[in-house]
Design a protein around this ligand. Structure first.
Ligand code: ACO
Length: 360
């Protein structure tokens, strides 16, 4: 029995490799550093889908068309759905997309979070949802649908960098959930719904909202060390630190920190917020090291995700949904890869309950 399946290899994949010892991430033969320097999210989607779907036309146009198609489903967003937390409202809308295994189904699922999250946020605020513009790149159109204005080049690049950075990451909990469902041959919508439900939890994709709560509570760079010490003394976990696989710094944290610095130099983020985050990170790393000398606990992707998405205008309640905008590409590629093995995932359990009473 292996609680948490730590170190259990449950799939062979050509999609991504997470090297936890050396802090490296490779997506289909390309290191994360090169990927963020050279690729848009649409490029990464092409990379992930290559061999799993027949890719003929240009990805940006196909994804734009898919955004338009899923926008139609917003007609189902009644007040009760709009009142749900954004990730739950998005899951309910996503469940309306027909299950399928073809490229069109896949692209609609990729488009869905980018259309539904901005729309639900606007509807919640009493504003009309904005229709997609299929001629725009995916990240730029997402921000336009959120704010109603064209984003700056730096803002669009920052969201694109985020989507690229989180597009795929080995056999994490949500990707595993997607593969389990795909192994039953249920269809891509079912796989994505399972993955999204797994992503929502605070130990996985639900951490960045609480990261901002932590920054708010830490209040200032001067007060940060004492606040962190008190949190750890209470046995609380520091959100945005620690990882199941990385025993060094998560390389995605550095990719996002660099994107944040670029936003800062364009004046698109409050330098005081960045300074507070850096002070919290420094104090957290020092105190985690002192408290757990045998368990390396370093910064993970969620820490700088929180600041980046905040700077781009997403409210913290929507952060998990924005994570899904990027990771959905990875989920779908993994679901196809798993389905192609033809093997049902069905592990065993060790029964430790009572045995039936012998008849008297
Ligand atoms: N703060 C304080 N202590 C921590 C933290 C943390 N962030 N992370 C782990 N620890 C401690 C645990 O309390 C545990 O201590 P113990 O042995 O005294 O009980 C020890 O380190 C090992 O922790 P595990 O939970 O066994 O490690 P695991 O690999 O299962 O957990 C996880 C990884 C869930 C990410 C964990 O580090 C955590 O809860 N981090 C905070 C939440 C977070 O940032 N999640 C996002 C992860 S990235 C992603 O999913 C995209």
């Amino acid at each position: 029995m292996n609680a948490g399946l730590e170190d259990v290899v449950a799939a062979q994949t050509v999609l991504s490799d997470v090297d936890g010892k050396n802090g490296r991430l490779i997506v289909r033969g390309v290191s994360l550093d090169d990927l963020v320097a050279t690729s848009t999210y649409e490029d990464v989607l092409g990379l992930l889908f290559d061999g799993f779907f027949p890719l003929s036309g240009a990805m940006p146009g196909a994804l734009g068309t898919a955004r338009l198609a899923v926008f139609e489903h917003l007609a189902a967003a009644d007040p009760a759905l709009v009142a749900l937390p954004p990730v739950d409202g998005m899951r309910a809308l996503l469940a309306r997309l027909a299950d399928g295994d073809d490229l069109q189904s896949a692209l609609r699922l990729v488009a869905a979070p980018a259309v539904f999250i901005p729309a639900l946020l606007r509807l919640k605020a009493g504003q009309a949802a904005l229709a997609p513009d299929p001629s725009l790149p995916h990240a730029a159109d997402t921000l336009r649908m959120l704010t109603g204005a064209m984003p700056t080049q730096q803002q669009a690049a920052a969201l694109d960098c985020y989507l690229v950075t989180v597009a795929d990451h080995g056999l994490n909990a949500s990707t595993f959930a997607a593969r389990v469902v795909a192994s039953t041959r249920a269809g891509l919508t079912s796989s994505v719904l399972a993955a999204l439900s797994a992503l929502k939890g605070p130990l996985h994709g639900g951490a960045p909202g609480p990261v901002l709560d932590m920054l708010d509570a830490a209040a200032s760079p001067e007060q940060a060390p004492a606040w962190i010490a008190a949190e750890l003394a209470r046995g609380h976990r520091l959100m945005g630190f620690g990882h199941r696989v990385y025993r060094v710094r998560d390389p995605r944290a550095d990719a996002l920190k660099a994107a944040l610095r670029r936003l800062a130099s364009a004046g698109a983020i409050d330098p005081a917020r960045l300074a507070l985050a850096e002070a919290v990170e420094t104090a957290a790393l020092a105190q985690l090291k002192a408290k757990k000398p045998d368990r390396p606990l370093d910064t993970n992707v969620e820490f700088y995700t929180a600041l980046l998405l905040e700077a781009l205008g997403f409210p913290r309640a929507a952060f998990t949904g924005v994570f899904a905008m990027g990771r959905v590409g990875g989920w779908i590629a993994h679901a196809r890869e798993q389905a192609e093995t033809g093997k049902l995932i069905r592990p065993s359990s060790d029964y430790v309950g009572p045995q039936p009473q012998a008849a008297a």
